[in-house]
Design a protein around this ligand. Structure first.
Ligand SMILES: *[C@@H]1O[C@H](CO)[C@@H](O)[C@H](O)[C@H]1NC(C)=O
Ligand SMILES: *[C@@H]1O[C@H](CO)[C@@H](O)[C@H](O)[C@H]1NC(C)=O
Length: 728
């Protein structure tokens, strides 16, 4: 141990390298310039080329062109903003063997923070698997600690964790001995579905028994008596009047790895449910993170912190070492505050019907952000430096105290997680995770970068962490609504990357943040485009140049080039053609529902009409729905204003397109097609892309179809919109 300070590293050996692909970048820039020229031509066309139309309707047509111009200016500018994440991408590769050579097992302490909030939406067994997967990380157990923050304050979750602590004594050594991957028992079992080694049978039997006990307890909502007796001091912290919104701090160190220094131990395991009182704001996940930061500082005080969502298990036991390669690197690593891994899912179908994977975001855009100064902190799968998240500025000296505080009793440190502890402190402001925004992670990351730090993005082939993706359309849209709303709020807040980041982070990174912050407002021009195009089609108002005109070329080029490029990029990231097509559909649905609602909610909040609420998305799927998810059949099933909007837009487009086609067939010269070819094209593409929606509304009989009431309302609304417009 004592060697730590006089360790002598002869020559600086980098622990990671950063690669760029110069050829691809140059090719991309040429392509990007060509698209920009065409965007510019489109603007020019809208401003200077008069629309040919009979005299009677000029007023309306002028107005429509103006609206289209607005949408096209927005698209063009947004496109410029998105270029920031493709302009200068980098890829990082680590040398874990060098890390082992230099440090051996003498690695810094690592604390893992896992947040859970609801034992129903996030079943204890799922949480336990996440805990076990990180407990078995390829890391010296005496240097590793796992903290579970339970904002549900649930005895069931606590009980599950006591079971996990027991099972870990078998599981962790087993994983290390046989080099098991992945190290979440459930994931390991499903990967080994056909045939186990004899060495594994005993362990698997133990796991199954544990899983049965936990599931029994969960379904009955009752903790077994034996467990209560065995962990009396833990359970005694629940009073008869404890509810999830009203209870004192519950803190239990289930495994204390600080004292025994033998090799065969398992990591420290701590359960925390911070104090909750109805009259105090608890700041959701950010509050939980900050409570864990303080509590852990008195228990293990890891120099590095890994933050995970409770459904995100470790699928690659080397991830901690990979991250340390970056954070401990003597040269470049010194300026890096956090290492973000991508958010991946183990629960996706082949063609990713709901586009949950954000394949391009994770395989292209985040590398682009990294080239500009570092990816966003996305709240899970991220390794932090403790002192940086607690406020250290770049350039300030790191306090190198690796010694643990004298061991304090849990009773003495509980006060750190009380409701009132943060009053009149910098917690939530300059210290820890910031408060006051639905996507607190993003502003926290931004603030760190504004203090002079960089961040790094690591995306190893064997994905480091895998979560559970939403398995139906509604959950997906709700989640995106929250994200888009939060990101847009950031843009308007004091932490807006535009003014807060000004002069502190690079322009490329400011634009990189804006890509996400502008999700919500992007809904408006998309809505305009997808409503006006079909409506004008039936009314016979051309919105675009004639097919024979050479002004068609820029429109055509932008459309074709953008789509071919995005398809190529998607396939390059390992996607399928259908996957790309699904993603295009989700592109549209996200903008015309989630983002639009996110936009409206933000505006309402600005005007003081409503308060923000944090909606957790459910992590379990009901059985029949799960079957449809596997078959990639789109799931509607619930009555939701978002579906009403999607349904209305879909129907509107269908009616308009059908009417226009009828007119084309009955007309003698096909003149409509001449003047409105592009509109036919767009409306036709919308019909094709909306096909699953039409099926769900009109043809399907199963439970996942669109509810009848939504279908009827959508049709009525769409018909009235068409009629109104026709008489305009
Ligand atoms: C995830 O998807 C798989 C099928 O791809 C399914 O068997 C499993 O039950 C799903 N899990 C959850 C939690 O939805
Ligand atoms: C998860 O880990 C397993 C075992 O190492 C690997 O085969 C699999 O490809 C990983 N999954 C992903 C999505 O990377």
């Amino acid at each position: 141990m004592g060697k730590q300070d006089d360790r002598f590293i002869p020559v600086h050996e980098p622990l990671f390298e950063t690669k760029r692909r110069i050829g691809t970048v140059i090719a991309y820039r040429v392509f990007s310039a060509s698209v920009f020229v065409c965007i510019f031509l489109i603007w020019f066309y809208r401003v200077f080329v008069p629309v040919e139309i009979d005299e009677s309707r000029t007023g309306l047509v002028r107005l429509l062109s103006l609206v289209m111009l607005f949408a096209e200016i927005y698209f063009g500018l947004y496109w410029v903003v998105t270029q920031s994440s493709r302009w200068n991408p980098v890829w990082r590769f680590t040398f874990a063997d060098r890390l082992s050579r230099i440090y051996g097992n003498d690695l810094p302490r690592l604390d893992v923070f896992i947040c859970t909030a609801d034992p129903v939406i996030e079943p204890p067994l799922l949480v336990v698997n996440t805990v076990l997967s990180v407990a078995a990380l390829d890391y010296p157990p005496e240097k590793l600690a796992v903290y579970l923050s339970d904002d549900g304050g649930s005895e069931l979750t606590f009980y599950a964790l006591t079971e996990a602590a027991e099972f870990a004594k078998t599981w962790v050594p087993f994983c290390k001995k046989f080099n098991v991957e992945p190290r979440s028992p459930a994931a390991y079992l499903s990967a080994k579905a056909n045939g186990l080694d004899s060495s594994a049978e005993e362990v698997v039997k133990l796991y199954r028994e544990m899983a049965t006990r936990i599931e029994m307890a969960t379904t009955h909502g009752r903790v077994p008596e034996e467990a209560r007796l065995k962990h009396g001091d833990g359970f005694s912290q629940w009073d008869f009047d404890t509810t999830r919104r009203n209870h004192g701090t519950i803190l239990q160190i289930l495994v204390d790895g600080r004292e025994e220094k033998t090799r065969e131990t398992i990591p420290t395991l701590v359960y925390l449910s911070r104090e909750k009182r109805p009259q105090h704001h608890h700041h959701f996940k950010a509050g939980a993170m900050n409570a864990m930061l303080r509590i852990s500082s008195k228990i293990t005080c890891g120099r590095f912190i890994l933050n995970l969502d409770c459904d995100m298990y470790s699928n690659n036991s080397k991830s901690a070492r990979d991250a340390l390669c970056i954070l401990l690197d003597e040269k470049e690593g010194k300026e890096i505050a956090f290492v973000q891994f991508p958010q991946c899912f183990d629960n996706l179908t082949r063609n990713d019907l709901y586009g949950s994977m954000m394949r391009v975001g994770m395989d292209v855009e985040f590398n682009g952000l990294d080239g500009n100064g570092g990816p966003l902190y996305i709240g899970t799968g991220c390794f932090h430096r403790r002192d940086v998240i607690c406020g250290r500025k770049y350039g300030e000296e790191e306090e190198k105290s690796e010694k643990i505080q004298e061991i304090s009793k849990p009773e003495m440190i509980k006060a750190l997680a009380s409701c009132t502890y943060e009053e009149n402190t910098q917690w939530g402001k300059e210290m820890g995770v910031k408060y006051g925004c639905p996507v607190e992670d993003v502003i926290t990351g931004l603030a760190i970068q504004c203090r002079g730090w960089k961040s790094a993005y690591l995306n190893p082939k064997n994905k480091a962490f895998l979560g559970v993706a939403p398995t139906n359309l509604h959950q997906t849209l709700v989640q995106l609504r929250r994200w888009s709303e939060g990101d847009f709020q950031i843009l308007l807040s004091e932490y807006s990357p535009i003014w807060y980041g000004q002069g502190k982070i690079s322009l490329g990174l400011i634009l990189g943040y804006c890509v996400y912050c502008l999700w919500a407002p992007s809904s408006v021009p998309v809505l305009i485009y997808s409503v006006l195009t079909p409506l004008c089609l039936i009314k016979g108002i051309p919105l675009f140049p004639k097919v024979s005109s050479s002004w068609c070329i820029p429109f055509g080029y932008v459309t074709v080039a953008a789509n071919v490029y995005s398809l190529a990029e998607f396939l390059w990231c390992g996607g399928t053609f259908r996957g790309w097509w699904n993603e295009q559909r989700m592109w549209l649905y996200r903008r015309t529902s989630s983002y639009l609602f996110g936009f409206i909610d933000t505006i309402r909040k600005l005007l003081g009409v409503s308060e923000s609420a944090f909606v957790i998305t459910a992590k379990v799927a009901e059985e029949e729905g799960a079957e449809r998810y596997k078959e990639e059949v789109m799931e509607f099933g619930v009555e939701s204003p978002m579906f009403l909007l999607l349904g209305t837009l879909g129907m509107l487009n269908l009616f308009c397109f059908a009417a226009a086609v009828m007119r084309l067939l009955t007309s003698r010269d096909g003149g409509d097609f001449q003047t409105m070819g592009l509109q036919f094209g767009i409306a036709g593409a919308l019909v094709v892309i909306n096909w699953p929606l039409y099926e769900g509304m009109l043809f399907r009989k199963d439970k996942g179809k669109m509810p009848m009431s939504v279908t009827v309302k959508s049709i009525v609304l769409a018909l009235s919109a068409c009629t109104c417009f026709a008489f305009l």
